[in-house]
Design a protein around this ligand. Structure first.
Ligand code: GAL
Length: 757
């Protein structure tokens, strides 16, 4: 039997370490914390870039009940930035380098029943021997134990990892699971039962195999089995099977494992990307796992929400995990939603020495072993992002990836042209449209494939970044800049969609993120997101959202304040509307100024922006603001009305969730937006919000915040207590008559998570 206990709760932490701490712990020096955790909470911006660089100590007192004594015991760390040394009961056990990889440590002989001490020295300095470090990188990595820690207790033999290999045939799938056994006891003959349940929970297939399990670590692939008529995983219907595997010895269950997976075919060809034989153009965004105040330290629900935002609000079909291995919770949500993933190893611009290369190769092994069963991942990105060629190193990287996963393509993201292609797909960060901006030349929105690869023939090709640093755009920027930012994304995606020799384009990037002084806007933020760091939309987000089929959602987002004195020369015209309507009509100066259709200048976009360019009035006319009306099939389907006398009327408060768990720290976001009497945003209003909580929740970050461009979000987290009850969050808009808003959160334990508190 396998027991997995989550150890996120009740740690002691101090922001220093000395070797004496290993033997003697003076609890008064420590502060009580729960995971996920950052070594130092930061302000939203304008902080020092080395504030999280330290050696710190994390200490957990673990009471192991007698019934688990003698069990095979493994500590699992899913993300500790950037390296750690582990001591159990005062004895050094193991060290680990790499802040994004899962590490497992066998601690059976170190643990005893009763109280045990688990101590980690966590070193969060940027160490040139660990990817992505080596030069100032364009993101921050923070520090601390920022993902789950688990204690896995098993019998002597357990299935450490299962790579559920398969081959699709005509109306059947051949199941070929590869099991990575770890057997601390003698060799034995056992039975392996494999069961697949469909989405309805009904058993779709069950079979068993006799397996001989030798002592020690061994990889076994029992005889394959055919399953008829499998449902396929696709972006339109991401069908997932639940796989349960049991290891039986002498009629008794020794171990079991459960996970989800899906079956699909993928092919990357010079003419494009194919999923289940159908060509799919990739329209995507890059994601950093970065949040205000706590950096990377956000729990499962918040990771899942990012996938939901990308899929349901931005309506992209692809995400790249730039530039590192991201949380299992994020990837599992991509599986569930049908969001394709480019999964990438840590790295940024520089290849270090031998130790760096060793860790990088280990990262590839960890990434593929841990993420193998996720159908959403269609390619492994195994170069150090934007590094120079280094054939010997990358030949080995490819050999490692292909050894673990011969079926998925590999790639490596380049910014250099003519790079040696050792992978299946040439992936390129194309910022050529910087010239396009200067010259306003639509033809150089993206470079031609062979001009980039330097090859005589076409290869599978993907644009992995564009826009980003060539047009940083803050949520507080004016209409013109935000519109131009959105139009760059529209031009490039439009061009990419009409190209016959590219799989698609992945824009830089989804969310603003924190960075070093070398790269950001001087305040430690890179404003490259189509959304803010709070995941609130800029106009570029409206562009992506507007590409959805109106059957899913009708989008009508005018990129204007419709305030005549705001743009240059009192000209509210031209303005752009991001919409998936067939056409729009606009009323200005009290009259209908005409019908406007999607622009023809945006390549293959399904729903190009609409440019409103017919100016009927002048500075001296009475300004009546106006109305934008969207039509589909000749019928009005959406309308946005603006007042010539907009004033602050309300604070709109939208929580992402109303139910949270208390077994371990859970969190949700609450989005606050000031609006006028017609419900329109007021991006120029600088409001102050005061946040108070009651019950077992706490605000992440400051409890008094200023809006950024008229809106802001904050996250509240539960305080682990395993209680059922209610918590409230009260938000007051300072210096206004707006009544305080109260969000009620229902709290309950999570039946899926077991702790050992
Ligand atoms: C790329 C890099 C990204 C980011 C981006 C900004 O060169 O790969 O990490 O820095 O530029 O545009």
């Amino acid at each position: 039997m396998r027991n997995i206990f989550n150890l996120n709760n009740h740690w002691l932490f101090k922001d220093s370490f000395s070797p004496e701490d290993v033997q003697a712990c003076d609890s008064s020096e420590y502060q009580q914390i729960n995971l996920p955790h950052i070594v130092k909470e930061l302000p939203y911006n304008c902080f020092g870039q080395t504030e999280c660089a330290m050696c710190s100590t994390y200490l957990k007192r673990l009471r192991l009940p007698e019934e688990y004594r003698g069990k095979h015991s493994i500590l699992e760390f899913n993300g500790v930035m950037a390296q750690y040394q582990l001591y159990v009961n005062g004895q050094f056990v193991q060290s680990h380098k790499g802040g994004y990889s899962r590490s497992r440590v066998e601690v059976s002989s170190y643990l005893h029943s009763g109280e045990n001490t688990i101590l980690l020295m966590v070193d969060s300095h940027e160490d040139k021997d660990i990817p992505p470090f080596g030069k100032p990188i364009d993101f921050l990595t923070y520090g601390g134990i920022y993902r789950d820690v688990n204690l896995i207790l098993t019998d002597t033999a357990w299935m450490e990892d299962v790579l559920f290999r398969y081959a699709l045939e005509e109306n059947a799938v051949v199941l070929k699971p590869e099991i990575h056994f770890d057997n601390a006891g003698e060799a034995f003959d056992g039975e392996m039962i494999v069961l697949l349940k469909g989405e309805d929970g009904v058993c779709a297939k069950q079979y068993s195999r006799t397996v001989t399990i030798p002592s020690g670590r061994q990889i076994l692939s029992p005889e394959p089995e055919k399953m008829a008529a499998p449902a396929l995983w696709d972006i339109d219907h991401p069908y997932l099977y639940t796989v349960e595997m049991r290891l039986i010895k002498d009629g008794v269950e020794m171990d079991e494992v459960e996970f989800k997976t899906g079956f699909r075919t993928i092919a990357c060809r010079p003419e494009g990307f194919y999923l289940n034989g159908r060509q799919v153009k990739l329209v995507g965004l890059n994601r950093h796992q970065d949040y205000p105040y706590v950096g990377y330290a956000m729990p499962k629900r918040v990771q899942q929400r990012d996938a939901q935002i990308l899929y349901s609000e931005l309506h992209v079909n692809t995400v790249r995990t730039s530039h590192y291995i991201q949380s299992e919770d994020f990837i599992a949500e991509c599986d569930k939603l049908g969001l394709l993933v480019v999964s990438e190893i840590p790295g940024w611009g520089v290849i270090g020495g031998d130790e760096f290369k060793r860790v990088s190769h280990q990262d590839i092994r960890d990434m593929i072993t841990v993420q193998y069963n996720h159908p959403s991942i269609f390619i492994w990105s195994i170069r150090i992002n934007e590094s120079d060629d280094c054939d010997e190193f990358y030949a080995e990287s490819n050999a490692i990836a292909k050894g673990l996963d011969p079926d998925r393509p590999t790639t490596g993201v380049r910014c250099i042209t003519g790079s040696k292609l050792l992978e299946d797909v040439y992936t390129f960060n194309d910022f050529i449209h910087f010239n396009h901006l200067l010259r306003n030349d639509k033809e150089v929105v993206l470079q031609a494939q062979q001009a980039v690869t330097g090859l005589q023939y076409k290869v599978p090709y993907l644009v992995s970044e564009f826009c980003g640093h060539i047009y940083p755009t803050r949520p507080t920027d004016g209409v013109q800049r935000q519109t131009q930012h959105a139009l760059i994304h529209a031009s490039v995606q439009g061009k990419s969609l009409e190209r016959k020799d590219a799989m698609g384009a992945i824009g830089w990037c989804a969310f603003d993120y924190h960075t070093h002084g070398d790269n950001g806007s001087g305040d430690k933020i890179c404003y490259h997101g189509v959304m803010s760091a709070f995941r609130t939309p800029k106009y570029a987000a409206h562009f992506y959202r507007s590409q959805v089929d109106p059957k899913t959602e009708i989008v009508l987002e005018p990129a204007t304040l419709l305030a005549r004195g705001e743009p240059d020369d009192g000209m509210v015209i031209p303005f752009v509307v991001f919409t998936n309507c067939d056409y729009i009509e606009v009323e200005l100066y009290g009259k209908n100024i005409g019908r406007f259709y999607p622009s023809l200048n945006y390549g293959g976009l399904k729903h190009p922006p609409v440019i409103v360019d017919n100016n009927p009035g002048t500075w001296r006319d009475t300004w009546l603001a106006g109305t934008v009306i969207g039509f589909i099939g000749g019928k009005e389907v959406a309308r946005r009305t603006y007042s010539p006398d907009a004033y602050l009327q309300d604070l709109e408060v939208r929580p992402d969730d109303l139910e949270l768990h208390t077994t371990v720290t859970d969190a949700t976001r609450i989005v606050c937006r000031f609006c006028d009497q017609l419900g329109n945003a007021l991006p120029l209003y600088n409001g102050i919000l005061q946040i108070e909580t009651a019950g077992d929740v706490a605000v992440i970050g400051p409890t008094t915040v200023a809006t950024v461009g008229g809106s802001i979000a904050f996250w509240v987290k539960t305080i682990p207590s395993a209680q059922t009850g209610e918590a409230t969050v009260t938000i007051t808009a300072a210096n206004t008559n707006i009544p305080a808003k109260i969000v009620r959160l229902a709290l309950s334990p999570d039946p899926m998570t077991q702790t050992l508190d």
